[in-house]
Design a binder for this molecule. Structure first.
Ligand SMILES: C[S@@+](CC[C@H](N)C(=O)[O-])C[C@H]1O[C@@H](n2cnc3c(N)ncnc32)[C@H](O)[C@@H]1O
Length: 273
């Protein structure tokens, strides 16, 4: 992963900076969460059931609200993130709210160096794989940390929805390559997905736009059977100015009338042999 160091360093600076901003935002509603509200959305709550008493590893857990929400559902949780600020806040919340959880500060790709337990469930969601350059390695790591018969579940931006060019406020235009040969896109802006007036210092980030075939095949290539792949015509954040938030927390287009895939969810089981 040495070849990706420059990209990880830039992204890490952004994520460390975002922790405090996100924690204060309406989007994350930390106060509501502290008062007992779950941060999980309806899709994962309906599709990832039966977590009670199970060990659950949450990859790219940010500051742990979803991890701790799964703990409130009865799972024995471990969260991992490469942002030290995120992990620090996650640990503080776990203590303050008296919700048992383990939080590990690590890049996903370095997890084998710091963790040697296997889990019943691995969960990851909403804005994760774009930060990862190598999905084959990612799938190998997921396989490594799951027990035989264990479940991997992801709910995420759809690779098609990611192609929308956000510069065109009034119309829907494709701005990126779907087949991009693994090259990251560089972004130099301070537009972020939560409501804030703060100006970001760390403007440069690198994002990988993985096609659906790479996501699915990375898992099929390492001993997983696919249980389902679902697609949704709405988003978990305001990816385009034409979007409005619904009561259930998801965002949908107002004037753009065609239905296009904006998110997907996938559940896979690690084969016993
Ligand atoms: C959009 S957030 C996580 C989504 C989560 N649903 C949330 O909103 O709280 C993406 C997270 O991925 C983490 N991240 C990015 N690249 C990573 C990497 N290579 N290893 C571990 N964590 C990483 C960031 O620090 C950030 O906390």
């Amino acid at each position: 992963m040495e070849q990706y160091k420059k990209y990880f360093n830039a992204n890490l600076k952004r994520w460390n900076e975002l922790v405090n901003i996100n924690a204060k935002s309406k989007f994350y509603d930390l106060e509501g969460f502290k008062a007992g509200k779950t941060s999980l959305l309806s899709i994962e709550k309906e599709e990832l059931t039966d977590v009670k008493g199970k060990t659950l590893l949450h990859l790219q857990c940010h500051f742990g609200m979803d991890t701790l929400s799964w703990a409130r559902e009865g799972a024995k949780v471990t969260g991992v993130d490469f942002s030290e600020s995120a992990i620090q806040l996650a640990k503080t919340l776990s203590k303050e709210l008296n919700i048992p959880a383990t939080f590990i500060h690590s890049n996903i790709y370095d997890l084998p160096k710091v963790l040697d337990t296997t889990f019943d469930i691995i969960f990851t969601s909403y804005g994760v794989i774009g930060w990862l350059p190598d999905l084959s390695k990612w799938a190998q790591i997921i396989e490594m940390f799951l027990k035989p018969g264990g479940i991997f579940y992801i709910v995420e931006n759809h690779p098609f929805g990611n192609l929308i060019d956000e510069k065109y406020k009034e119309e829907f235009r494709i701005g990126y390559d779907y087949f991009n040969e693994g090259k990251p896109y560089r972004f130099d802006d301070d537009v972020i997905y939560v409501d804030t007036n703060e100006k970001l210092v760390n403007k440069t980030t690198y994002d990988w736009f993985h096609p659906m075939q790479d996501i699915v095949n990375s898992l099929l290539n390492v001993n997983f059977e696919l249980l389902f792949l679902h697609e949704f015509p709405f988003s978990f954040f305001k990816i385009h100015p034409d979007m409005k938030r619904r009561k259930d927390g998801y965002w949908e287009f107002q004037t753009f009338k065609h239905s296009i895939p904006m998110m997907f969810s996938l559940k896979a089981r690690k084969r016993k042999k």
